[in-house]
Design a binder for this molecule. Structure first.
Ligand SMILES: [Zn+2]
Length: 75
């Protein structure tokens, strides 16, 4: 079974290879909202739309700087 993450709730529409549009409803299981479509062997798991996934980024290329570079030569 494959898992698909969706941001829709409570009903998930998806298309089967034969072009049938199938709707499944999410139900709470194990603390998550899930729906399973046995016809296409797919599990749908609800994930909130995550606008916050884009963070105010710190460049991973630059390690945290400790101390003050300017003072190094004086001591
Ligand atoms: Zn399906």
């Amino acid at each position: 079974m494959r898992t698909v993450y969706v941001a829709e709730y409570p009903a998930i529409q998806h298309v089967h290879p034969n072009n049938d549009v199938v709707t499944v409803r999410l139900k709470r299981q194990d603390g998550e909202l899930k729906a399973t479509c046995p016809d296409c062997d797919t599990e749908f798991v609800y994930r909130k739309p995550s606008k916050s996934s884009i963070q105010h980024f710190k460049s991973p290329l630059l390690p945290p700087v400790k101390g003050n570079f300017d003072s190094d030569d004086d001591h």
